[in-house]
Design a binder for this molecule. Structure first.
Ligand code: PAF
Length: 289
């Protein structure tokens, strides 16, 4: 079983002692999660285990990154199940703090990254990324990892954290990990558990629309508008698709592309399937899928 900590002070001391008692450089990998783990998280864990002496998984459903009316209350939680998965994957430490531990007082700090925090996801989910930034930096301060692992599935979050770390000269290496998909292409997410059986088929339209855009790109259509329209058109033809919040294309630095796109640019989408809001993204490339 991984060693479970609920208190900031305890996990901090434990990791500090491990580092002090180690003879050589001792590396710590952190996999921040909100729990209800799936293969996507396990991929982050596997990567961390390859690169570090110990792997810490944090499990905390961070209230600050949920807006009013969002799914904070119903977000799936099952610590027993998560611990069993961590044990099987060989995780060393699980840090699952309480709200009182993390936010003994209502924080007065607000962290925003210009050009990232308030666009796309940030525009639809006001305050979401300042909540993410705060909890991620708190976890970095508590665990003091050498490396931290984030899935490309939450691409805007990844870019936000990369930029924070760069701008603050934070001594942690951010390791991006490619999105894990089910065999049928659906990107793994804890929120997939909300999908009703008949909605899942419609959710697949997101992945399939990426393949359509990818094909257009490969045969030489590099117009952002054409690719975005093809995606919207395909997804919206499916039942249970309630609303498409956005389809946009960004470059590596998260600049929104309105004209020509090129290899390496990312298509980002957010779609409501019934009452479930899914996000996904796709890297444009000339390679075969
Ligand atoms: O990606 C997530 O699960 C969360 O946003 C994170 C990074 C654990 C912060 O709460």
């Amino acid at each position: 079983m991984p060693t479970l900590f609920r208190k900031v002070k305890d996990v901090r001391n434990y990791i500090r002692n491990l580092r002090h008692s180690a003879e050589n450089n001792y590396s710590v990998g952190l996999v921040p999660t909100m729990g209800y783990l799936h293969e996507g998280h396990m991929e982050l864990v596997r990567k961390s285990k390859l690169q570090n002496d110990i792997t810490v998984v944090s499990i905390y459903v961070n209230p600050l990154q949920f807006g009013k009316g969002e799914d904070y209350e119903r977000y799936p939680r099952d610590l027993e199940r998560d611990l069993a998965m961590c044990e099987e994957a060989g995780v060393d430490i699980v840090f699952a703090p309480t709200d009182e531990e993390i936010y003994p007082q209502k924080p007065k700090v607000e962290i925003n990254v210009e050009g990232i925090s308030n666009v796309l996801e940030g525009a639809f989910r006001t305050g979401h990324f300042s909540g993410v930034a705060l909890i991620v930096l708190k976890l970095f301060n508590i665990v003091q990892p050498d490396r931290a692992y984030f899935g490309e599935k939450d691409f805007q979050q990844l870019k936000l954290i990369e930029r924070l770390v760069r701008d603050l000269s934070y001594p942690v290496e951010i390791v991006p990990v490619p999105t894990v998909r089910d065999k049928d292409g659906l990107a793994l997410s804890s929120r997939n558990t909300y999908l009703k059986e008949n909605e899942r088929e419609s959710a697949l339209s997101i992945y399939r629309s990426f393949l359509i855009a990818q094909k257009l790109f490969k045969v030489g259509n590099t117009k952002a508008e054409d690719l975005k329209e093809a995606i919207k058109d395909y997804i919206s033809r499916h039942p249970h698709v309630k609303k498409i919040d956005y389809v946009e294309i960004v470059d590596e630095e998260f600049n929104i592309k309105s004209d020509e796109v090129s290899e390496g640019d990312r298509i980002l989408v957010a779609v409501w399937i019934g009452d479930t809001r899914l996000i996904d993204n796709w890297r444009l490339s000339y390679e075969e899928v």
